[in-house]
Design a binder for this molecule. Structure first.
Ligand SMILES: [Zn+2]
Length: 154
């Protein structure tokens, strides 16, 4: 892999153990359903706000900026740029792990939100905010979240 440049000066590193067990995330089932339906046809589908033009992937049922219901389905690119990432260097007890994994949030081209996934990369130190990456889908998709294998750098 070629030497990568870090385009942004502002990055934050958190060197601590975070207890995530009390946090809750709310994901609209409708948006996930649309996403996995798109996987069947090897597409990434989201929703576009007809008022402000914001595109959400997974596709929310309402625009977070305009607070209106949105229904327009749009296809976005499988390629985008890493917006943020986390390298798991230790387990929940703080013990170093042998196989370091990298979770990423990727802003896919054509969308205004981030899609989360695992980044397949040999060295987490090569990852940077702004790094181009693409969605990798299984060869045969059947409309489940498992169809999305990972992101890979491009
Ligand atoms: Zn809007």
């Amino acid at each position: 892999m070629e030497k990568v440049k870090k385009p942004l000066k502002e990055t934050r590193q958190v060197s601590d153990i975070l207890d995530m067990s009390s946090l809750k995330w709310r994901i609209e089932a409708d948006g996930l359903e649309l996403l996995v339906q798109g996987f069947k046809e090897k597409k990434i589908l989201g929703r576009k706000c007809h008022k402000c033009g914001s595109v959400y992937v997974p596709g929310l049922s309402f625009c977070r900026k305009c607070f209106i219901t949105i229904e327009d389905v749009v296809e976005v690119s499988k390629k985008g740029k890493i917006a943020c990432y986390t390298a798991s260097l230790a387990d929940v007890r703080g013990n170093p792990v042998e196989n370091i994994t990298v979770s990423v949030q990727v802003n896919l081209d054509g969308s205004d939100s981030w899609l989360m996934g695992h980044l397949e990369i040999d060295d987490w130190k090569k990852v940077y905010v702004g790094m181009p990456a693409e969605v990798v889908l299984r060869e045969e998709t059947n409309g489940t979240l498992a169809d999305m294998v990972c992101f890979r750098p491009i």
